[in-house]
Design a protein around this ligand. Sequence first.
Ligand code: GLU
Length: 499
Amino acid sequence: MTVRTRVAPSPTGDPHVGTAYVALFNYCFARKHGGQFILRIEDTDQVRSSAESEAAILNALRWVGLTWDEGPDVGGASGPYRQSERTALYQAHAQELLDAGHAFRCFLTEEELAALRAEHQATGRRTALDSPYAALTRAESDALVAEGRPFVIRMRVPREGTCTIQDGLRGTIEIPWDQVDLQVLLKSDGFPTYHLANVVDDHHMGITHVMRGEEWISSAPKHQLLYQYFGWEMPALIHLPLLRNPDKSKLSKRKNPTSILYYERMGFLPEALLNYLGRMAWSMPDESEKFDLATMVEHFDLDRISLGGPVFDVDKLSWLNGKWIREDLSDEALAARIGEWAFQPDRVRALIPLLRPRLDRLSDAVGIGGFFFQGLLDVTAEQLAHKVLTPDQVRQALTWTSWALDAERAWERPAIEAVLRGMSARLELKLRDFLAPFFIAIAGRPSATPLFETMAILGRDLTRARLRQAVDALGGVSGKEEKRWRKEFDAGAEAAAEE
Ligand code: GLU
């Protein structure tokens, strides 16, 4: 058997360090066993997927130093490798399940489903929802189709007993069937859900080992059942422990930068980031901290994966990165690295319209634009002191705006401007007063290049990190306060959406 593994990111946002972590482990396992590693794009969520996100994910994975044998960019015998280009295949398989009686058409409308859910919740039961349409005969179901009633295709799931899953790291996992949804496989628009597409693709792409985050364990019963329905052999399942914030909660961008773009921008070396990700849940036989990809492949062994939640700690990553910089690069190599990092043509080019009107001498570019190249600015409470606003108002303005920016999908000047203007109105602060602390937080001084454009160029994660650093300089936000603020923030956002 040739080992075939895959990483299957959904292109719905910035490239996540968790994706690189999962990709790395799949890569090492495949390489170690002389097999193949595949990259598949799971863009079944038509609304949230974007070509930009896909490109950014591929670039980021390449940047950390991973390569794949098959994928949307390199092709391969099992393509296409983008799920949106495989719709007919999923439809045919959904039809097969329907014809075999393993799936049924469900004609519940959104409203009926919501009502059913509410009713179900009120009973306090923790079991999965049932559909009244599961009991229809095929003829009855066909008649509703003939009437033109829209439907989804759901899989049938046993309502009694326990599903037993074998996990390569955890052994036997038991999940009661009555907690497993009658999963939608095909949506009313004919597009598949993740579950159907994932199983169909893993089978047709000859995947032998599925290594993915532990958040997918609860999906395993559905997947296993689908393999049985189709009569296919199921790949081995290996659920990797989730990356965690230093406080042990699930790694989240609200507490830690999660985008690979951020780490690139901050001047982390790709080999150090990859090395650090290799230390998440895995260790070298000699426990050495610094190792390269080839060494990890050579020693890779599932037995060395530990399930204790691996903490992604930026301070530790910085320490390791420093070791790589100081110990592994010659003077020439380091000089070249700094040059490549700082003077990426696209990035420097983007600054020019902001710098040009302000330059008398070329050297002015450093004074005016130097903050674009820095990491965190370490601004102080004194710098953030405001003529009109209290420190608490400043803290609130920065925090709420950061949340509002997180909810914004596009990271572009007009969207950023709209969020900041909207927030100043919402907090009933004059725009000038409201923006002043943002100049300090983002650029480190009261006047700088135009703010919205500057934030757009700095990028989402570095902007968020600088805003957070400023909030921290003012004392941070306590857990209690965050809860209270979140409530008010969400209530206001809902009110605005209804207008
Ligand atoms: N598209 C899923 C994700 O984004 C893949 C999960 C899996 O590997 O099965 O994580």
